[in-house]
Design a protein around this ligand. Sequence first.
Ligand SMILES: [Cu+2]
Length: 138
Amino acid sequence: MGKLVGVILVIVVAVAGYMFLQRDTDTAPTKTAKKAAAQPTLSGPVKTFTTTAFYDETGVWYSLKEMRVKKGDTVRIKATNTKGTHDFTLDEFGVKTELPINQEVTIEFQADKVGEFTYYCSKLGHRAKGQFGKLIVE
Ligand SMILES: [Cu+2]
């Protein structure tokens, strides 16, 4: 019995140690990338964009500040967080995706309405410091 407790203790310590090592040195991002529920099938030409998310001494940013597509296009955004804790949020299209550090995350949605929309990072203060951009659907 005492042996079993010892084994469990070793496992708990190992898991805790592993989790600790997996943490990034910044403010530990939440790794709960929200699973899109029942994603409708996407159609239309795919327009692919690539951006990084990061901060520097002048503010907080996405490297890509504008995306222009046609109504009906499938928008594919490959986003990589290279510094800090960020997400990618686009309210009008129901997009809110966490961006774990140094991992390329692919975001896809259909541009099913015309207009100008602002994508931004919803982390406290980031949008105000410059982390947003414009999606133009023509
Ligand atoms: Cu951010």
